[in-house]
Design a protein around this ligand. Structure first.
Ligand SMILES: [Fe+2]
Length: 131
């Protein structure tokens, strides 16, 4: 039986609109607050309509040498232009961009995963080195 991770797609976010673009410093001081932003559709916008949208972004951190990940945040996007009038007739749309602020005490890797209701699961990662 295949495992779910075999269906998680990855690419360069500059070429593929579904790949989460992680913006975080490459280096930081241990114990300082660090902002991590994740955007889906940073260079190539994702439609984000009632019919086709990003449903969520989750951010994890894996400390160097660790065997488990730590979930930093999970963000649901619930407004996609839907309304009683019909699809794309509503007054609000959520964008697939989030920021989380964390204090890290060790170097490691940030992982972002996201889900498009049409095109499935996507992921990206970025290392962060603490001094
Ligand atoms: Fe999509």
């Amino acid at each position: 039986m295949k495992r779910l991770n075999e269906f998680v797609k990855a690419d360069d976010w500059k070429n593929e609109k579904h790949v989460p673009a992680i913006e975080a410093p490459a280096t930081a001081k241990a114990g300082d607050w660090v902002e991590i932003s994740v955007t889906v559709g940073k260079d190539i916008p994702h439609p984000n309509t009632t019919e086709h949208h990003m449903s969520w972004i989750a951010i994890h951190f894996v400390p160097e040498g660790a065997k488990l990940s730590y979930e930093l945040g999970r963000f649901e996007f619930s407004a996609h232009g839907q309304s009683a009038k019909g699809a794309n007739e509503g007054p609000v749309y959520t964008d697939s961009r989030v920021t989380v602020r964390v204090r890290l005490l060790t170097s490691g890797t940030i992982y972002a995963t996201t889900y498009c209701n049409i095109h499935g699961l996507w992921e990206s990662s970025q290392n962060i080195t603490l001094a």
